[in-house]
Design a protein around this ligand. Structure first.
Ligand code: CA
Ligand code: CA
Length: 269
């Protein structure tokens, strides 16, 4: 079954709203048609889908790409695929230079049965600036022989008592029968001794743990990358209330299933 997405992208060109005539030269493109499947059954012999996008003008177009995300759109599942108007079988394109761009998205045998989001994005140049538009977003009902299994966390390592202004490290073991590649996010939530939850200045209450190894930009303190032990560290600045802080740990997989919860009490002295 194919979805048919019809979209018109109109020019929003001039700052001068008194202009009644739209300057044709600054018009970028219209999207005539996008075709992306809405359901797919994976098998060894049937492991890819074709997607196409038709536009009416490619003068400003740099490239058209397909992105595949998990349903929560928190992670890209596979590398972006460029749609091409090259008439080649590699891209599944029927005719060269007819302004229909085509691409083939290959799935791997480990992807679990789930809904995924396929986004078609046009990158173009306008007034010397590179811009991009999402021209379609399609939910793909994807079936494979692989059923999703909820992740499990264990082996929390954390000090029971900490002091002000010195960083302390904590880690948790994460397992998922679908593999560590199915882990979307591992995080902790933090509660003050009076029970209120800590929220940072961006409104975030879920703070990430990382499995990114020692020399990483996150400064997580993680010892070994990709071993399923996720690590982070925390420093209580002076002024925070002393007493028993509660931390809750969770993991979530790409299908959005959340693990068991592990709680810890940390005594700030
Ligand atoms: Ca899983
Ligand atoms: Ca690790």
């Amino acid at each position: 079954m194919l979805s048919f997405v019809f979209a018109i992208i109109l020019l929003q060109s001039c700052d001068d709203v008194s202009d009644e005539i739209v300057n044709a030269e600054s018009s970028k493109f219209n999207v005539i048609e996008v075709n992306v499947p809405t359901s797919f059954i994976y098998s060894a012999n049937n492991n890819s889908i074709a997607v196409t996008a038709k536009i009416d003008n490619n003068s400003f177009v740099e490239k058209i790409e397909a992105y595949v995300y998990n349903e929560l759109k928190s992670n890209q599942i596979i590398d972006p695929v460029e749609l091409k108007d090259d008439g080649s079988s590699t891209s599944g394109d029927n005719a060269k230079n007819d302004l229909t761009y085509s691409g083939i998205i290959n799935f791997n045998s480990e992807m679990v049965s789930s809904d995924y989001i396929i986004e078609i994005v046009i990158v173009y140049t306008q007034f010397g600036e590179q811009l991009s538009d999402i021209i379609s977003q399609t939910k793909l009902d994807y079936s494979s022989g692989v059923q999703n299994v909820t992740p499990v966390i264990s082996n929390l390592v954390i000090p029971s008592s900490v002091t002000f202004s010195s960083a302390f490290k904590f880690s948790v073991k994460v397992e998922d029968q679908n593999g560590l590649t199915d882990i979307d996010k591992v995080w902790y939530e933090l509660f003050r001794p009076n029970g209120t939850q800590v929220q940072n200045s961006q409104g975030i209450t879920k703070f990430d743990l990382y499995d990114d190894g020692p020399s990483s930009a996150s400064n997580s303190g993680d010892l070994v990358s990709n071993d399923g032990v996720y690590t982070s560290q925390l420093t209580f600045p002076s002024g925070q209330p002393t007493g028993e802080w509660r931390m809750e740990f969770f993991a979530r997989d790409l299908s959005g299933e959340v693990s068991n919860k592990i709680e810890a009490k940390v005594n700030l002295q």
